[in-house]
Design a protein around this ligand. Structure first.
Ligand code: UD1
Length: 422
């Protein structure tokens, strides 16, 4: 199994190309099942989650060619509308194929995703919405089996909790449903707008994406199209937090205006970084200008709030701050697997329910640590950059799910980092 060794303490300097968004690519790839003609998607990151989604599409008889960030897909009527446990257990986002299969083919069998390192993560919102649209489900042998008589029917769905995945599944189902589907209390994440823009290019009629009321007018058929995936705001935010934890000056390239403004907004209360975008908004310069203040309180929230996907990296970057701060996780229960590993590096972190209390220390120290999930892994990389000595991170396959060429990108900014296997 691969491990990564990072040497601290770092002062980061250089330019980093931000890759295409993982959380946008995955639903867009899943939605290819809705379209018979060829689609060409560019700026797709080469990540194990993306390769995994491609495996699922191929198991459903799609022809996929993925090279140099361009993914060409021609979907065909699948010979078997089943996605096995073997495929679903590795990636929860596999569940995103349920909406497309049901609305296009009227049947789907998908293994129920189990728990994962960041909590129980149920799928009840996806199921109840699709039921309201006319699908019938039974659970048998660990699989959810759904069928539809005729076409799914558009209706009004109010999500009782904001869910990115459920919003995406309903949007995809709605594109080929009969009549209008209205989602209230929908997620507003930019990745949902990216999926909607892609589907609109393919002839769908989706309005209101980016707000909490989304309306989808069902069509009989979608057509082939080309689309470029938005940049990854979580990757960009992770590099900003590398600068926050260490010091330095990074220029993030291939970002966009929305991401620049989002990062400026979420990091503003910390008052540590200066973030300056160029006129077109595709470059963002990040500099550490101040030391951390005391008594900072940050809570994770749905977009446009502080993303849960940056919570672990934020905690790592604050381990050497002065004084006491509090980070509250509001989206997932039990998303604190990184905390015990950071403690092993000398961080002073206390958990009180859904809060982590950080008492800043002068120094943290390199150690051998274990990655437990994707974002926990990147928090350990940040801690490794900040720690005295060498940090060895085990189970880096978690990192490969969501960060493209991470070591190379950091090496280009002066970091001593290497991957090895034992
Ligand atoms: C997506 C992102 C993930 C991010 C998360 C929250 C992708 C591929 N993944 O995950 O990186 O951390 O949004 O921004 O885009 N919930 C239910 N019932 C459901 C569905 C969700 O109770 O049927 C709960 C979840 O347990 C969680 C909350 O709703 O507490 C939000 O989860 P959701 O937005 O659905 O996350 P994902 O779409 O799985």
């Amino acid at each position: 199994m691969d491990k990564i060794e990072v040497e601290g303490v770092n002062d980061l300097k250089g330019n980093i190309q931000i890759s295409g968004s993982k959380n946008s690519s995955l639903p867009i790839l899943a939605s290819s099942l809705l379209i018979d003609e060829e689609i060409v998607i560019s700026n797709v990151p080469n990540l194990s989650d993306v390769i995994f989604m491609i495996k699922i599409l191929k198991s459903l008889d799609s022809e996929v060619n993925f090279k140099n960030s361009i993914c060409k897909i021609k979907s065909n009527q699948p010979h078997d509308l089943k996605v096995s446990y073997e495929l679903v257990r590795k990636m929860r986002a596999s569940f995103l194929i349920l909406g497309p299969l049901l609305t296009k083919y009227g049947y789907a069998e998908v293994s129920l995703p189990g728990g994962c390192a960041i909590g129980t993560r149920p799928v009840d919102l996806h199921i109840s919405a699709l039921e309201k649209m006319g699908a019938e489900f039974i659970v048998k042998d660990g699989y959810i089996k759904g069928k539809v008589k005729g076409r799914l029917k558009g209706c009004e769905i109010t999500l009782k909790k904001i869910s990115v995945g459920a919003t995406e599944n309903i949007i995809m189902a709605g594109t080929l449903a009969e009549g209008e589907t209205i989602i209230k209390n929908a997620a507003c994440e930019p990745e949902i707008s990216d999926l909607s823009n892609f589907l609109n290019n393919a002839g769908a009629e989706i309005r209101g994406h980016g707000t909490n009321i989304i309306k989808i007018n069902g069509k009989k058929k979608l057509r082939g199209c080309q689309f470029s995936v938005m940049p990854d705001r979580i990757e960009a935010g992770t590099f900003a937090l590398c600068v926050m934890g260490c010091s330095g000056n990074l220029i993030l390239e291939n970002v966009n205006d929305l991401i620049c403004n989002h990062l400026k907004k979420i990091f503003k209360p910390l008052n540590v970084l200066s973030l300056n975008k160029n006129d077109s908004g595709d470059k963002l310069e990040i500099k550490k200008t101040n030391q951390f203040q005391q008594n900072i309180i940050i809570s994770t929230k749905e977009f446009p709030g502080f993303p849960t996907d940056l919570q672990a990296q934020l905690i790592a970057s604050m381990t050497k701050s002065s004084g006491k701060s509090v980070i509250k996780e509001n989206i997932f229960e039990n998303r604190f697997m990184h905390v015990s590993e950071l403690r092993r590096m000398g961080a002073n972190l206390k958990q009180k329910g859904s809060k982590i209390i950080i008492n800043g220390v002068k120094e943290i120290y390199g150690a051998e640590v274990m990655a437990t999930d994707l974002r926990a892994s990147s928090s350990l990389i940040i801690a490794g950059l900040m720690a005295s000595g060498k940090t060895i991170i085990n189970r880096v396959y978690h990192l490969d799910r969501g960060y493209e060429n991470l070591e190379e990108k950091l090496r280009n900014c002066g970091v001593k980092i290497r991957r090895f296997s034992e």
